[in-house]
Every structure is written in C-alpha cells, then in structure tokens.
Ligand binder design. Structure first.
Ligand code: NCD
Length: 305
C-alpha cells in the first residue's frame, strides 16, 4: 500500500511490508543522523489535548530536523476550545493552516473522527486508552534493530494491560509478526482488556498470562514494561489496590538471559528501579531516541517526500 497521504490511526491499518519500508528508511536516517530541508515550506499541526513529553517533542524535533514548521496547540485552555469550540471545528481550522495534523486526545476514537473531518493526513498520537500507533512503530523498530528481527522471540509485556494504550498497540503490532511466544504479565486487576484479547483470540494468536515476572523472566528475550495508567482509573480506590504491585529491579532480573532487552514507552514512575538503567538490559532511552527517527521517516513517507 502507498504511504503517501495516509492517515495513521491504528497499528493494524498497516501490514508487515509497510513497516519493513518504514524501518529500512528509519535505519538510513539513524545511521546518517539525517537532517535536510525536506519539509521546507510545509507545516505540521501538533494538537495535543492531553499531557505529553516524548510524543509531542519528538514529533516537534522530527519536523524541525526536516526543515518544516510546527503549529503547536497544547494549551487547550488558552485557545477557543476553552470557549466551547468543538473538536470538529478545531480540526477544520488546523486543516486549513497545516499540511498534516497530529492529534492526541483523551477521547477514544478522536483521531479517527479527526481523520474523517480533515482533508490533510492525520496521525494519531494517542486516543485515550485506545491506540498509539507511532509508539508501537518505535517499539517494533527497536526490537527489530537490536535483535535483528521479531519472529521467534519470547516477548514479555509487563504492567497495565487494561488501561495502557501503548501496551495495547504494541501487542496488536506483534500480531503482524510471528513472535515465538507472547507473555502477558500483570496483576490480576490489570489483565489484558477484552478488545485486544478478542482480537488475539480471533486471529488464533497464542499468549500466556501470569502475574509472576519471576517465573517467566528466564525465558524472555524482550521485556516491555509499562506504568500503571493512574489517570485512567475510574475509581481512585481501584488504583490504590494495584499501586506499586510490580517492579523490575536487579533482584527480579537475577535469572534473566544475558541478552535480554528491556523497553518502556516512558514515562517511568516506579516500575523500573533506577539501578536497572546502568545494566546492558536497559534500552528504553535508546528506544526514545529512535522515536525521533521513526517520526521523521513517517513524516517523509506520509508527506510524500
Ligand atoms: C505513553 C502514552 O502516552 O500512552 N507514553 C508515550 O507516548 N511515550 C505511555 C504512558 O503514558 O504510560
């Protein structure tokens, strides 16, 4: 499928060969630490209606390195949204100011809706607990680059599999490949949400569920860790019950394979001890760095440069 002009809403809108193309372009950009005025004269709207550090600023950095300009909207309070403007009207306006819209919103389906309203391509930078396709692209790319592929690996996903969109998109993204095994590790209360579970079941993708990291750590080639999504719990008491319920520290990694890699979409709260940062397992800051190059490659493909 062609990349040019495409909306990026859900990782499952892509096929493995689409990602192969994105990843090989990203490799080139990483290796040359690419900068060029490819987007000169073009502008990208960053409509961020939910907190963000990495996603927002890595897109910002990607546009800058490609010589484009950015129209940032991150303080909804300071704009007409605070006066009651609808999302549709906001999107329509930005559609006429920018050549591409990147949107993050706490409402599930917001990016889908924006893509229906806008003529320019729309990239989903996170819609509630739903999708975060560009994060999944970064995660899959990082594994592919560091491990030489994804097929055959034993991949553990630890954390909040109920409310986390990064974990959900990553797990869905794995179904485009043939990992040896998918191991879902979470407290009972935060087990995989039904929409992702149903998808795995419908596709016959096998997975193992456990609440014990210790039991499975010796098997893992990749450990993908996520934080508990405190802000998405409808009931604060529910959060209190699971708070601090898992933590990756040196002790937990005692029986890990020597070449295990640990990823995390970040931000980290307390689920990975800082002592792990100095081990060769820790690849989460490198993963965040690759995020800029993935997003540069994505901008180039979608904008047809
Ligand atoms: C993730 C998100 O916003 O969903 N962060 C990110 O984009 N890197 C994960 C999270 O907030 O826990």
């Amino acid at each position: 499928m062609t990349w040019r002009g495409r909306d990026v809403i859900n990782i499952l809108d892509f096929r493995r060969d689409d990602l192969d193309r994105l990843f090989s372009l990203t490799d080139q950009l990483v290796e040359s630490d690419y900068r060029a005025p490819d987007l000169s004269g073009r502008s990208v709207a960053l409509i961020f209606l939910e907190p963000s550090t990495r996603t927002m600023y890595s897109f910002y950095s990607a546009v800058n390195r490609l010589g484009g300009s950015v129209l940032p909207l991150s303080m909804a309070e300071a704009t007409s949204i605070a006066k009651g403007e609808s999302l549709a009207d906001t999107i329509r306006m930005f559609d006429s100011y920018a050549d591409l819209l990147i949107i993050r919103d706490k409402r599930e389906g917001a990016a889908y809706y924006a893509a229906e309203v806008a003529e320019s391509p729309v990239i989903n930078a996170g819609d509630g607990a739903h999708n975060h396709p560009t994060q999944a692209m970064i995660d899959l790319y990082t594994i592919n680059r560091l491990k030489g592929g994804i097929d055959g690996l034993t991949i553990g996903v630890l954390g909040d599999l109920k409310y986390g969109r990064a974990a959900a998109s990553f797990i869905l993204g794995l179904t485009l490949y043939r990992p040896g095994s998918i191991v879902l590790i979470s407290p009972e209360e935060l087990r995989l949400k039904s929409e992702v579970r149903d998808y795995l079941d419908s596709r016959g993708v096998e997975y193992v569920e456990t609440s014990s990291l210790r039991d499975v750590v010796p098997d893992l080639d990749v450990l993908y860790v996520t934080r508990i999504q405190k802000e998405r719990f409808p009931d604060p008491l529910e959060y209190e019950r699971v708070r601090g319920s898992y933590r990756v520290d040196l002790e937990a990694l005692r029986d890990a394979k020597e070449d295990l890699i640990i990823l995390h979409p970040l931000p980290r709260v307390d689920e990975i001890a800082v002592e792990v940062d100095d081990t060769p397992y820790a690849k989460y800051f490198l993963q965040a760095r690759y995020g800029v190059y993935i997003r540069m490659a994505l901008l180039r493909l979608v904008m047809g440069v």
